[in-house]
Design a protein around this ligand. Structure first.
Ligand code: SAH
Ligand code: SF4
Ligand code: F3S
Length: 441
């Protein structure tokens, strides 16, 4: 049996797309390869959100090339956001690459592979017109599984390439989503993460209009589903209804990723984020008031064109005021075709690096303090497997998405829900022991 190997970069949506690619290949008779070396089809699913991940794609292709040099029958595929961005140029650039499939091209992947099998080199970066439809597909199901509910983005933040490589916002129908969640639940999924670049605008353009909070409730009603999460919410579309659904629906986890990007209003305006820091803070305070145990997370960009020391101070101030549980921070990276490309990338690399380090250092202090608050409390954990460092331990995440490593006198299975008494809190993970007799919370 011939085998495939997929190297996935970027966000969860790419991980989801890789599962789709795997399912298409398996339908065509391929089996997953354990290692890259034994693959007959080597595929990289790429991300172009910053320069660095884009370069990672090149190094992946470099390694694939070495394998193909030894085994010329190997086929190399280039998929995802860089594929959508650069299209046929990629085939021109490297004679080793057999096919390029963009973000909408997965719908036609089977035909592309059939042509590749006949020795053709293929490029499909066609953008799909009309509605978004992803039919259910067979896949290996994790207790915690992703489901794409919409794709694309209409926000055009000035630094961001996503609207260009993922296209306009399109939602899947409620029926398609619930069918997929039912399939996942039937096959052991207990936690579902709903994915979209901008989940708050779910439902826009659907024939039968469904709001995002309504979708969450419908998904959580599906038998077997015990936790629902979602990413990403854009602050400008954040609603009271969403706060209500997190508060009132006990299956919705107390975790909110609400990317602020920068603390300075001037920078936020230049980024085209469409909110001010005060408006954002107000929203977060309302969420915290309604749901006191909510965990907040955010993305930040440092060194955006024109960002002064004072602007940057506002970002540090925001970190101190909001007190996030997790942040993802990045140095600004110019992306081709975006509005910010026209601005001078005038913050020196050294300064960007320094600012990034400052943000991360400050967050380290904050998270150490916030994490400590979990000590001597009991948290609900969904078992996701054995401990990475200690085979006798178990590992999972609490509702706030924090990793919890713990011991248990009883044998546990993946997908079990347990209560864990936290004995020690480190910044990024909690340690503790399962509370006896409370295996089914
Ligand atoms: N749709 C999501 C995130 C998409 S990209 C949202 O709106 O939040 C993930 C993160 O990458 C962004 O939140 C941003 O912080 C970062 N990012 C995007 N473009 C970038 C760029 N050109 N340079 C640096 N970071 C960038
Ligand atoms: Fe990019 Fe902004 Fe859309 Fe997020 S909301 S994907 S940062 S354009
Ligand atoms: Fe990257 Fe594409 Fe996701 S650019 S972040 S893989 S949508």
């Amino acid at each position: 049996m011939r085998k495939y190997f997929i190297h996935t970069m970027g966000c969860q949506m790419n991980e989801y797309d890789s599962l789709r690619i795997a399912s298409i290949l398996e339908k065509m008779g391929f089996a997953p390869a354990e290692t890259m070396e034994e693959g007959d089809y080597l595929i990289v699913n790429t991300c172009s959100v910053r320069e660095k991940p884009q370069h990672k794609a090149d190094s992946s292709i470099g390694r694939f090339k070495q394998i193909k040099k030894k085994r010329p029958d190997v086929k190399i595929g280039f998929c995802g956001c860089v594929a959508q961005q650069d299209g046929a140029k990629i085939l021109k650039h490297s004679k080793y690459i057999d096919f390029v499939v963009g973000t909408d091209g997965l719908d036609r992947m089977e035909e592309v592979i059939a042509c590749v099998e006949n020795g053709q080199r293929m490029c499909d970066t066609q953008v799909n017109e009309g509605s978004l439809s992803i039919g259910s597909f067979r896949r290996s199901v994790n207790v915690s599984s992703f489901v794409t509910i919409m794709k694309g983005c209409d926000n055009f933040c000035s630094y961001c390439i996503v609207p260009y490589v993922r296209g306009r916002e399109k939602s899947r129908t409620l029926g398609e989503i619930t069918d997929e969640v039912k399939y996942l639940a039937d096959n052991g999924a207990k936690e579902i993460t709903l994915l979209g670049q901008n989940v708050n605008s779910y439902g826009k353009g659907l024939e039968i209009s469904v709001s995002f909070p309504e979708l969450i409730n419908r998904v959580s009603d599906i038998e077997g589903i015990r936790r629902v999460r979602f990413v990403t919410s854009h602050p400008k579309d954040f609603s009271e209804e969403l706060i209500d659904v997190i508060k009132s629906n006990e299956k919705v986890c107390e975790y909110l990723h609400l990317p602020l990007q920068a603390g300075s209003d001037r920078v936020l305006k230049a980024m085209n984020r469409k909110y001010t820091y005060d408006k954002y803070k107000d929203m977060v305070l309302r969420a915290k008031e309604a749901i006191p145990d909510i965990a907040l997370s955010s993305d930040f960009i440092v060194g955006f064109p024109g960002e002064t020391d004072e602007d940057f101070e506002c970002t540090l101030n925001a970190l101190r005021e909001i007190e996030y549980d997790t942040i993802f921070a990045f140095a600004y990276s110019v992306r081709p075709g975006t509005a910010a490309e026209k601005l001078a990338d005038d913050v020196p690399e050294q300064v960007k690096k320094m600012r990034l380090a400052k943000v991360l250092d400050l967050q380290k202090e904050i998270i150490a303090r916030r994490s400590k608050a979990y000590e001597k409390t009991v948290v609900e954990v969904m078992v996701e497997g054995r401990g990475k460092k200690d085979e006798k331990q178990f590992s999972g995440r609490n509702r706030q998405n924090k990793v919890v490593n713990f011991s248990s006198e009883k044998e546990l299975n993946t997908g079990d829900f347990v209560k864990v008494y936290v004995t020690q809190a480190r910044p990024n993970s909690l340690y503790g022991k399962a509370v006896e007799g409370d295996q089914d919370v």
